[in-house]
Ligand binder design. Structure first.
Ligand code: NI
Length: 174
């Protein structure tokens, strides 16, 4: 089932999410809903707080191109265990900050440990777009958005545009 995506600014996007205990069918349904919501948007990553659930859960799939096999990843309690010294700059966007893009500098590669959909612990090194995406999504679990890496002027400008967008959306619904 598709879930509505929260738009910045929203206090739920600024919260530090709680670690998850044992996996349950309910959590697997939540992860599947998040993947459906992400693919539909369309996006390459989604974190639970973006649908108003303050759990440490992210989903992503950075495979591009119609002829390539999708690789949906579900990560419970994801953790960055090592980061490269080499940095990389990517133009980032966010489903909670629609139509806004900005360059963000992050480590080029990261080792991530997480619990997968079957409850197994996984560790993998990500680089390129996958590295940027996983760091962006884990940031969401700590209440951090990509615009927090920008200067205050630019951040305020984007936030004002989002406030305007939310007013317009509210009016359209009324
Ligand atoms: Ni995002």
């Amino acid at each position: 089932m598709k879930r509505p995506i929260l738009i910045h600014p929203d206090p739920r996007l600024k919260k530090v999410c709680a670690p998850l205990g044992d996996l349950s069918d309910e959590l697997r349904v939540l992860a599947d809903d998040m993947l459906e919501t992400m693919y539909d948007a369309p996006g390459i990553g989604l974190a639970a707080p973006q649908i108003g659930v303050l759990d440490r859960l992210i989903v992503m799939d950075c495979v591009k191109g119609e002829n390539e096999t999708p690789r949906p990843l579900v990560m419970f309690n994801p953790e960055i265990v090592a980061s490269s010294d080499v940095m990389n700059v990517y133009e980032e966007g966010c489903l909670s900050i629609p139509e806004e893009y900005a360059e963000v500098k992050r480590p080029e590669a990261v080792d991530v440990r997480w619990i997968d959909r079957d409850g197994n612990e996984q560790t993998e090194t990500f680089d390129g777009l996958w590295a940027t995406c996983v760091q962006h999504e884990i940031d969401h679990l700590n209440g951090k958005l990509f615009i927090d890496y920008l200067g205050p002027m630019k951040r305020q400008m984007i936030t004002r545009r989002m406030q305007k967008l939310k007013r317009e959306q509210a009016k359209a619904r009324a």
